[in-house]
Structure formats: C-alpha cells, structure tokens
Design a protein around this ligand. Structure first.
Ligand SMILES: [Zn+2]
Length: 232
C-alpha cells in the first residue's frame, strides 16, 4: 500500500501555498527555461528575466556532482524556483531519497527531474567497475556501482555506447523513483511528475526523454530492496 502523500503540517514552511504547481506546467517551465538558457549561451541577447526570488521551489533536479553537470542556472529561473541535489551519476542513496521526499512531500514541488549528462565520467566508471566484476572498493563505492551502472545492465559488458549508458541510467533511476512507495500516491495521481533528461555539457541544452510509461522501460535489475544501503 502506498503511504499517504502527507507529512505533519508543522513540517511545512510557513506561507506554503495549498496547491502545488501542476506537474505538466512545471515540466514545461523547465523545458522553456532550459531553451532560453541554451540560446543565451549560444550568444543570443534576451531580455533579462525576473530576478525576484521565488518564495518556494516548483522543481527539484537530481543531477551529477561533476562540474557543470547540473545547476539551477540551467533553467533560467528566478532564484529559489529550482533546487538541485547532486551525487555521483547521480545515484539514489538514502540522503538523496530524503531530499527528493522533502521536496515532494514538504515543499510540494510539481516535478523531479533526473538529469544525466553526456560526458559523465561517474557512470562510465561505474560501468567499467561492473564489467570488471565489481572489484573491492573502499567505503560505499562498492554499493554505489550497481546503482550507477544500472543503465548498462541491459547492455553487453563491452557493448553499447557511453550515450546508451547515460540514457539508460536516467531511465532506470526515473523508473525507480516512479516505483518509490513514499511518492506513489503523488506520482500515480499525476500531482508529481518524475521526468528524465540528458544534458549536453557543451551547449547546456537538455534532451528531455519521452514520457513513456514504465512498462516500456527495460528492467535493469536495480537492487530496490537494498537501496538504503547506498551511502551518499
Ligand atoms: Zn557525471
């Protein structure tokens, strides 16, 4: 049974609106904002946007820790409108999940965007570690490898391109979040959208993945039951 999509009222920030931004609108804002940022980076002169800080965020981006791989700045939004949580790949350790649940259940964001990036060394390193038979690694890295290499699970050990691995990684994490018990009531009712995208590191443009249903996303064997063992 999915848990009720609620937290105690005292956890909510004062002044939080009763209704979250519709998830489809939140996605369109991210797409439009990234298009604007990409055009700016390409040299277009655009009118300055609204610089007044947003009272509350409408979106959470779950991205990779590598330089330039994820930031609020990619979406040309007002300060405070978009939040980011960044881990290697990214991955979905317990701290990352808590950040996602906080944004979705406490702050009422309308969208969570899983953002990979084309030049991701972390996902490729995880894929190579997986191909090497998961050698003994220090700390939590050994537990991180299957999560970060999840997108490569459907590929032969030495086959597929780096791009396949990155896109597969984003799809795998998106499917995992769509299945998360704590978010199920929100995702199934459409109040919260879990989207995926891949950033072109050179242009700052994001290819948003088609919003396909989960049943067409290939099973990648994520160790769901063990996800909380992943350190972050
Ligand atoms: Zn990366």
């Amino acid at each position: 049974m999915p848990l009720p999509p609620s937290v105690p009222d005292w956890m909510r920030p004062e002044g939080l609106p009763a209704h979250r931004m519709p998830s489809a609108q939140a996605l369109q804002r991210l797409i439009a904002g990234n298009g604007r940022r990409r055009r700016e980076r390409a040299g277009e002169n655009l009118a300055p946007g609204d610089a007044v800080s947003a009272a509350f965020p409408f979106a959470l981006v779950v991205g990779c820790l590598e330089p330039g791989a994820a930031s609020e700045d990619l979406f040309a939004e007002r300060p405070g409108a978009v939040e980011c949580v960044r881990t290697a790949g990214p991955s979905l350790g317990s701290d990352t999940m808590a950040a996602i649940e906080y944004a979705a259940l406490v702050q009422n964001v309308g969208i969570v965007l899983v953002l990979g990036h084309r030049n991701c060394a972390a996902v490729i390193a995880a894929r190579e570690a997986r191909a090497a038979g998961r050698p003994s690694l220090p700390g939590a890295l050994g537990e991180w490898v299957p999560m970060a290499a999840a997108g490569s699970a459907a590929l032969p050990a030495t086959g597929g391109t780096a791009s396949d691995s990155i896109t597969g990684h984003v799809r795998a994490l998106r499917a995992e979040l769509r299945r998360a018990d704590s978010l199920l009531s929100l995702t199934r009712s459409g109040q919260l959208k879990i989207a995926g995208g891949v950033l072109d590191d050179d242009t700052g443009g994001i290819d948003f993945l088609p919003d396909e249903p989960d049943d067409v996303v290939e099973p990648v064997g994520l160790p769901r039951a063990d996800r909380r063992q992943y350190g972050s």
